[in-house]
Design a protein around this ligand. Structure first.
Ligand code: ADP
Ligand code: ASP
Ligand code: MG
Length: 405
C-alpha cells in the first residue's frame, strides 16, 4: 500500500460542490489501494476575508499576531470538517485533524511560523485503522501551546512537511491550473505547462513571484528530498514534477518567467561612502521587520554614493519612518526618495549557469518594446529587472516570446 499526501488549495475547495468533488477524488485514491492524507486550505477568499474582519474590529491598532493566528487558523478548520463530512457521506471513513492534533510543532513566529518538528504518530494510527486523514493546512502549535500559522500559501508547506515526516511515497499539490507554467497563464496566454522542473528553479520562481507554490515549501522539499507533483484538481492531466536536477535539465536555458507586482523602491542619495554606513541602514531596516529584495549601490566619485533597494509597497511607510532618524545622523544633505508602482520581472533557469547572453537577450527584447529597466539583479540561475508596473504584462509577454518558451 502506497501512502499519498494530496493538497487541495483554496479554489479547489472554494464551494461545497468543489469540496464534494475533492472528496470523491480523495476517496477514489484510497479505494485504489492507497493510504491518503489530504491537506486542505481555507475556501478561496476566506483567509482574506478574515484579515479584513480583523482590521474592521481593530482599525487603529495592528491586532496582535497571536490573535491573528487564532483567527486565521479557523479558515482551514472549516474546510477539514466539511471535507471529512463529504467523504463520510459518500460511504468513506475520514477524520479531520488540526495542525496541532496532527503533531505539527512550530516556533513562535506568529503568522510566519517555521515547522520545528512533526510527530506523525496520530496520523499513522488513523491510517492504520483504515481512515483517510484530512489535515488542516497552514497551521501548527508552538511549544508554548499557541496556535500558529505558516505564512500565506502555507498549506503547501504543511503538505510537503507531512509527506517527509510520514514517509509518503507520493506528494501531489492540487491547484486550479494544470501545473507550473513557463509564466502565469493568466498573464501570458501562450504559457506552456512545464513537465519537469528542478527544485532550484522552482525555488527561484516561487521567491520571485510565481505564487503557484509557496517558496518556503519548495525550500523544505529540496532540503528533505521530497519529490512532488503540481496538478489540476479539476481534471486528470499529468502535472509538473518538481525534483532533483539532472544533466538533461541544463539544456534548457530559461525554464520560466516570473512577475512580482506591488513593489516599491527607496533611494538614499548622497550617502557618505564609508565602512559601516550601509550596515547601519540595513540593520535598522531588518530590525523593523521589513523584507528587502534588490540592493544597488552606485560607484562613488566624490566620497558620496547612492543606495537603492526594493521592497513590498505595503512596507514603504515603515521603511521611510525607520530611515528618517538614521539619515539625519549621516549629516546633510542626504535625501531619501521613494517610488511605488514598480514590478519585478525575472527569467529563471539552471541552464543559465552554462550559457551566456541571457541578460543581453532579455534587455534587448524589453528595449525593442520601449520598456525601460530601472534596476537589475542576477544570481547564478536568475536575471531580474524592475520596471514600471503598468508595463509588466506586456513585458512578461515580450520576454516570454523572446526566449521562445
Ligand atoms: P492554491 O489556492 O491552489 O494554492 P494559488 O492561487 O496559490 O493556488 O496558485 C495557483 C495560481 O498561481 C494559478 O491560478 C496561477 O494564476 C498562479 N500562477 C502564477 N504563476 C504561475 C505559473 N508560472 N504557473 C502556474 N500558475 C501560476
Ligand atoms: N489559507 C492560507 C492562505 O490563503 C494558506 C493557503 O491557502 O495555503 O494563504
Ligand atoms: Mg497557494
Amino acid at each position: 500500500m502506497a501512502l499519498i499526501v494530496q493538497k487541495y488549495g483554496g479554489t479547489s475547495v472554494g464551494t461545497t460542490e468543489r469540496i464534494r468533488s475533492v472528496a470523491r477524488r480523495i476517496l477514489d485514491t484510497q479505494r485504489a489501494g492507497n493510504g491518503v492524507i489530504a491537506v486542505v486550505s481555507a475556501m478561496s477568499g476566506v483567509t482574506n476575508r478574515l484579515i479584513e474582519l480583523a482590521s474592521e474590529v481593530s482599525p487603529d491598532h495592528q491586532p496582535t499576531e497571536r490573535e491573528m493566528d487564532v483567527l486565521l487558523a479557523t479558515g482551514e478548520q472549516t474546510t477539514i470538517a466539511l471535507t471529512a463530512m463529504a467523504i463520510n457521506q459518500m460511504g468513506g471513513k475520514a477524520i479531520s485533524l488540526t495542525g496541532e492534533q496532527a503533531g505539527i510543532v512550530t516556533d513562535t513566529s506568529h503568522t510566519r511560523a517555521r515547522i520545528s518538528d512533526i510527530d506523525p504518530a496520530e496520523v499513522h494510527r488513523l491510517l492504520g485503522g483504515g481512515h483517510i486523514v484530512i489535515l488542516a493546512g497552514f497551521q501548527g502549535k508552538s511549544r508554548e501551546g499557541r496556535i500558529t500559522t505558516l505564512g500565506r500559501g502555507g498549506s503547501d508547506l504543511t503538505a510537503i512537511a507531512m509527506a517527509a515526516a510520514a514517509g509518503a511515497d507520493l506528494c501531489q499539490i492540487f491547484t486550479d491550473v494544470d501545473g507550473v507554467y513557463t509564466c502565469d497563464p493568466r498573464v501570458v496566454p501562450g504559457a506552456r505547462k512545464i513537465d519537469e522542473i528542478a527544485y532550484d528553479e522552482m525555488l527561484e520562481m516561487a521567491s520571485s513571484g510565481t505564487k503557484v507554490m509557496q517558496s518556503r515549501s519548495v525550500e523544505f522539499a529540496k532540503k528533505y528530498g521530497v519529490r512532488f507533483e503540481v496538478r489540476n484538481s479539476m481534471n486528470d492531466k499529468p502535472g509538473t514534477i518538481v525534483t532533483e536536477e539532472h544533466p538533461n535539465m541544463e539544456a534548457v536555458v530559461v525554464r520560466g518567467v516570473s512577475i512580482e507586482r506591488e513593489q516599491a523602491k527607496v533611494t538614499i542619495e548622497n550617502v557618505p561612502d564609508e565602512p559601516g554606513v550601509a550596515a547601519g541602514i540595513f540593520q535598522a531596516i531588518a530590525e523593523a521587520g521589513v523584507i528587502i529584495d534588490m540592493i544597488v549601490q552606485n560607484v562613488s566619485k566624490t566620497g558620496k554614493t547612492d543606495i537603492s533597494f526594493t521592497l513590498h509597497r505595503l512596507d514603504l511607510k515603515k521603511a521611510e519612518d525607520t530611515l528618517r532618524p538614521i539619515v539625519e545622523g549621516l549629516g546633510d544633505p542626504v535625501f531619501v526618495e521613494t517610488t511605488d508602482g514598480i514590478a519585478k520581472l525575472s527569467v529563471v533557469g539552471i541552464g543559465m549557469r552554462s550559457h551566456s547572453g541571457v541578460a543581453a537577450h532579455m534587455f534587448a527584447a524589453l528595449a525593442k518594446d520601449g520598456i525601460n529597466i530601472q534596476m537589475i539583479s542576477t544570481s547564478e540561475i536568475k536575471t531580474a529587472v524592475t520596471i514600471d508596473e503598468a508595463q509588466i504584462e506586456k513585458a512578461a509577454n515580450v520576454v516570454h516570446s523572446a526566449f521562445e518558451l
